[in-house]
Design a protein around this ligand. Structure first.
Ligand SMILES: Nc1ncnc2c1ncn2[C@@H]1O[C@H](COP(=O)(O)OP(=O)(O)OP(=O)(O)O)[C@@H](O)[C@H]1O
Ligand SMILES: [Mg+2]
Length: 264
């Protein structure tokens, strides 16, 4: 049951706190995200980006405050969001014993969609992410960039209203990452999805986000920026935004290739 009224924001975070033991990871965080937006959560390692994402996905609850996604509390009413939300992570999390197309089918199979429809949708999505011809390859036969494309196709194939991405572009080299995020953003805009993505790279955010929330620990919005297509085409504007963000997070982490804690 979707309890949302039209006037409410699609995602609403209000005065949220989250502690892990004695450690305060999120302090009084508030933000709104509208339907159809591509939003970046940007910050240094430890800023609390993944924690905020986990709260939006409902995999952890908050200690105080309110989180609403499509009108429901995702940590309580996750059944209401079944099939409406999908996720892709930094590591592609593909199943090595399945081919590319079989990996894309996974989410649809979990939702018990008919076999024929599932295969057709998976093939279509692989074509959309530019992997036509690689359908029957196993994971070890794919490059890192191709694996992330499979992972993104899998996330989109269930036709979710909302897509969460946690550092999906950051393990790739800059060129591969740039091509992938542009392709992805184009698809997301074409199909009118809402997307929230976590990144520590300023360029990821400037390249594709309509709005950037810069987070500083304990996860608080220390800067919010809106970007439109005209700004994106203007190198001076982009350079200015880059500087502004860099100052807000206290240094450029664009070149940081250190693995996250999740990887270690
Ligand atoms: N389950 C947990 N138990 C204890 N502390 C945690 C837990 N999850 C996160 N933290 C702490 O909360 C802070 C924020 O972590 P989080 O993973 O959200 O940061 P992040 O911004 O995603 O960092 P990264 O860029 O390295 O992925 C960190 O100091 C982390 O150690
Ligand atoms: Mg993280």
């Amino acid at each position: 049951m979707m309890a949302q009224t039209n006037s409410a924001p699609f995602i609403e975070v209000k005065n949220v706190y989250k502690r892990f033991g004695n450690y305060l990871a999120v302090e009084n965080l508030s933000m709104h995200i509208e339907r159809g937006e591509i939003v970046a959560l940007l910050g240094r390692t430890g800023a609390g980006k993944s924690t905020v994402m986990s709260m939006l996905m409902g995999s952890i609850g908050c200690d105080a405050g309110e989180v609403r996604v499509a009108g429901v509390d995702p940590s309580v009413d996750f059944h209401a969001l079944r099939g409406k939300v999908s996720v892709a992570f930094q590591t592609d999390r593909l199943l090595p014993w399945r081919t590319a197309v079989e990996n894309v089918e996974l989410g649809l199979q979990i939702l018990n969609r008919p076999k024929k429809e599932t295969r057709e949708a998976a093939l279509q999505w692989l074509e959309r992410v530019k992997l036509k011809g690689a359908e029957d390859k196993y994971v070890h036969e794919l490059s890192g960039g191709m694996r992330q494309r499979v992972s993104l196709a899998r996330a989109l194939a269930v036709d979710p209203e909302l897509v969460f991405l946690d550092e999906v572009f950051s393990q790739l080299d800059h060129v591969t990452s740039q091509v992938l995020r542009k392709d992805f953003a184009q698809i997301v805009r074409d199909v009118g999805k809402t997307c929230v993505f976590v990144t520590h790279r300023i360029d990821d955010a400037l390249d594709i986000a309509d709005r950037v929330f810069v987070l500083a620990p304990p996860a608080q919005v220390c800067l919010e920026i809106r970007i439109d297509a005209a700004m994106r085409k203007n190198p001076e504007v982009l350079a200015g935004l880059h500087d502004q963000i860099e100052r807000a997070i206290g240094g450029d982490e664009t070149e940081d290739v250190s693995p996250s804690k999740e990887e270690l």
